[in-house]
Design a protein around this ligand. Structure first.
Ligand code: ATP
Length: 304
């Protein structure tokens, strides 16, 4: 069986409202369009890794409601290992109410729901699963204590831990020293280092600061400007593929899932970054989070 990737993170049901403008206090607004899609950074990255070719074990939690049960079944039918997606008896499936304006800006309200239960106790229950995986990929939409615990478990047995530190949050040094790779975007890198990231030179300084905390590999994603990578022996800016973006929601999630999948296949870092950037470039040309994630075949066609 292929080496497995353990993704730990959130699962949400996204209610997406396309609106002419964001409602003002007291205003009732009719949406121009409405879509119900699966989201949550954990689930988006798990699906991206799976569609990119990885064998994915997903540690997450949903509510004992129709959305949660359907989501778990749908992920299983895609080929994901879902026995580690807990069904919480009391908390609802996490949800996000996302308003997208005609200008393409978004405004999001999140209910964490069952995602709050992915704490250190839950992670301890899955210690064996984490230790058996080849690589662990996490984000910050589930409790930080669980993320710290998982990083500690994986690092102790020399497994590679990748953290996509989104949404932005200050992180304890103990967590950073257990990471193999961190993949912030510009604003997350700024929050973690205190360095405003506007240029490649800024990205270089921010990456140096993160490496001083013990992270071996730093990849800062720069939206349509691509990514900046730094480790002890090299540093490089990789420009993004030139495409016409329609909706950049989950570009970062798609990038992270595809990157982990490519690294698990033992692709070189250079090739894995190119593969992940291609996957993200395909996703920004399609609306929505999970619906925009391309298949392995589409990625390979794009790269040839
Ligand atoms: P999000 O929060 O929307 O999921 P993010 O801020 O975490 O995204 P970005 O840095 O915006 O992540 O994007 C991740 C990667 O996706 C970029 O490094 C780039 O390779 C690709 N990408 C993003 N936007 C574009 C674009 N407009 N054109 C081509 N590639 C893009």
């Amino acid at each position: 069986m292929a080496l497995s990737l353990c993704v730990i993170g959130s699962s949400n049901l996204d209610h997406v409202f396309n609106v002419a403008h964001f409602p003002r206090p007291g205003e009732t607004l009719r949406a121009d369009n409405y879509q119900l899609v699966y989201g949550g950074k954990g689930a988006n990255q798990a699906v991206a890794a799976l569609k990119s070719g990885a064998n994915v074990q997903f540690i997450s939690a949903v509510g004992n409601d129709s959305a949660g049960i359907a989501m778990r079944q749908d992920f299983a039918s895609l080929g994901m290992q879902v026995d580690t997606i807990q069904i919480h008896p009391d908390l609802p499936t996490g949800l996000a109410a996302i308003q997208v304006s005609v200008q393409g800006e978004n405004s999001i309200v999140i209910v964490a729901g069952a995602n709050e239960s992915v704490n250190s106790e839950t992670i301890s229950q899955y210690q064996q699963t984490i230790m058996q995986a080849e690589m662990v990929l996490m984000q910050l939409e589930t409790p930080l204590e669980g993320i710290c615990k998982a990083a500690e478990i994986a690092n102790k047995v020399d497994k590679k831990v990748i953290l996509n530190p989104a949404p932005a949050k200050a992180l304890p040094d103990d967590l950073l020293k257990n990471l193999w790779m961190i993949t912030p975007n510009e604003s997350e890198a700024a929050l973690l280092t205190g360095i405003e990231v506007k240029t490649i030179t800024d990205a270089k300084s921010a990456a140096e600061k993160l490496r001083e905390k013990g992270v071996s590999e730093v990849i800062i994603t720069l939206g349509s400007n691509g990514v900046y990578h730094q480790n002890t022996i090299s540093e490089k800016h990789y420009p993004a593929f030139q495409v016409t973006a329609k909706d950049t929601t989950a570009a970062g999630d798609t990038f992270n899932g595809a990157l982990a999948a490519a690294l698990l296949e033992r692709q070189s870092l250079d090739k894995a970054i190119r593969f992940a950037q291609a996957t993200a470039a395909l996703s920004v040309q399609v609306a929505g989070a999970q619906p925009s994630i391309p298949s392995r075949k589409e990625i390979e066609t794009f790269l040839t």
